[in-house]
Design a protein around this ligand. Structure first.
Ligand code: SF4
Length: 284
């Protein structure tokens, strides 16, 4: 169960994404997966490189499109465990339409967002997760837009699993990814993953001071949807832990008639040589 490969990440030293990579590798091993049972599909951004750094099937897709690809992979091969991953710009800006509909569709996919509240790969522009007043090259006078709340959006889109963690808390992050992998439906795990090079506001120290860890509330019930919404708003979205889980709603795969059968990847497709060549000709 070796999910490490010999590709050296080219993230900046100290980037939060290193811990997310380690947590995925540990969680995949802890839930008993073999590398050939896992596919990691990523979008574009510094965090999008993660699919190349994990010893599993991987596809580094296009900007904001990790989720459509991941859903296609899952539908074609339902035996695979599928993780989609990317940054906040990737998933909550260009990819937000896909994110909302993937959440409400509830296919059995774990979506891990490395939320650094800035665009790192393009050298530091304001993202939908940047705070009001945040100054970057794209907002030199400070952002005048409202910060997007992915947790509130996920809850209102009918999410069945919503969690948030911090890349410094490897133990909690690993446990949440394990829970997401075990959840039968779509899991959103938003991870505060500092960009040490371009975001000098939302630093490791800043997160440590501002995070509210749900582990401090032993009575918190993650099956209570109203309590989850209240907690998200009370903490201004800064809470970490398992925020909400609905184990009663069935996944998309289970609700579609005939989906219990094997996916396309495992079907015995019988094509004659003529039919095969005709099919190929359509793509020439
Ligand atoms: Fe990480 Fe920021 Fe460096 Fe990108 S630019 S690798 S997000 S620290």
């Amino acid at each position: 169960k070796e999910f490490r490969n010999n590709v050296k990440p080219n993230w900046c030293p100290g980037c939060g994404d290193f811990s997310v990579q380690a947590a995925i590798q540990r969680a995949a091993a802890n839930v008993g997966l073999e590398p050939e049972q896992l596919a990691v599909i990523s979008g574009i951004g510094c965090s999008g490189r993660i699919s190349g750094y994990i010893n599993a099937y991987g596809l580094h897709g296009i900007h904001g499109r990790a989720l459509p690809i991941a859903q296609g992979v899952k539908l074609a091969n339902r035996e695979l465990t599928v993780i989609a991953s990317g940054g906040d710009g990737d998933g909550f800006a260009i990819g937000m339409g896909h994110t909302v509909h993937a959440i409400r569709r509830n296919l059995d996919i774990t979506y891990i967002v490395m939320d650094n509240q800035i665009y790192g790969l393009t050298k530091g522009q304001t993202s939908p997760r940047s705070a009001e007043g945040f100054k970057t090259k794209s907002t030199p006078e400070g952002s005048i837009e409202t910060t997007l709340s992915p947790l509130e959006i996920a809850m209102s889109a009918g999410a069945t699993f919503v969690a948030q963690s911090f890349s410094s808390d490897l133990k909690q992050l690993t446990a949440l990814i394990e829970a997401g992998l075990n959840h039968k439906g779509f899991s959103l795990i938003n991870v505060f993953s500092p960009c040490v090079t371009f975001n000098k506001v939302n630093t490791y120290d800043w997160f440590k001071e501002n995070i509210v860890n749900l582990d401090q509330f032993p009575d918190y019930d993650p099956t209570n949807r109203m309590a989850a919404m209240n907690k998200i708003m009370e903490t201004n979205g800064m809470l970490t832990g398992l925020i909400y889980q609905n184990t009663e709603r069935q996944s998309y795969e289970n609700l579609v008639a005939g989906f219990q059968e094997q996916g396309l990847a495992n079907q015995d497709i019988q094509l004659s040589q003529d039919q095969f060549e005709k099919l190929l000709a359509e793509f020439k």
